[in-house]
Write a protein that binds this ligand. Structure first.
Ligand SMILES: [Zn+2]
Length: 113
């Protein structure tokens, strides 16, 4: 099922696809399917403190001292975190840190190494 959207110009329902474009035979309006807001899967982009896009497997550096939940230890600024995994949620980085074990971090407190 791939219902084409109506012509945004004249509302015609007789639109057809021409490659990546949609064409209206009634008013000759052409537009691209992407611009028409075809609801593509909303891919979440996780960015570090500098706005760099993070991906699974990246190594990041902690940019501020972070209290570790449920313990008195502090994750020191400059700590390298290898092989991160991006997850959904408030804390969007899943990782394992030597001496701490598995934990979650916020992407805003790290920098891509
Ligand atoms: Zn039209």
């Amino acid at each position: 099922m791939n219902e084409l959207p109506n012509c945004p110009q004249c509302g015609s329902v007789y639109t057809y696809e021409d490659g990546a474009m949609l064409v209206c035979p009634e008013c000759a309006h052409e537009w691209s399917l992407d611009a028409a807001g075809a609801s593509s899967e909303d891919e979440k982009v996780v960015k570090d403190a500098n706005g760099n896009v993070l991906t699974d497997g990246d190594t990041v550096t902690v940019i501020k001292d972070l209290k570790v939940k449920g313990s008195s230890s502090v994750l020191k600024i400059g700590t390298k975190v290898k092989n991160i995994r991006l997850v959904d949620g408030d804390h969007d980085i899943d990782c394992k840190i030597e001496g701490f074990g598995a934990m979650k971090l916020k992407s805003e407190f790290v920098r891509k190494a």
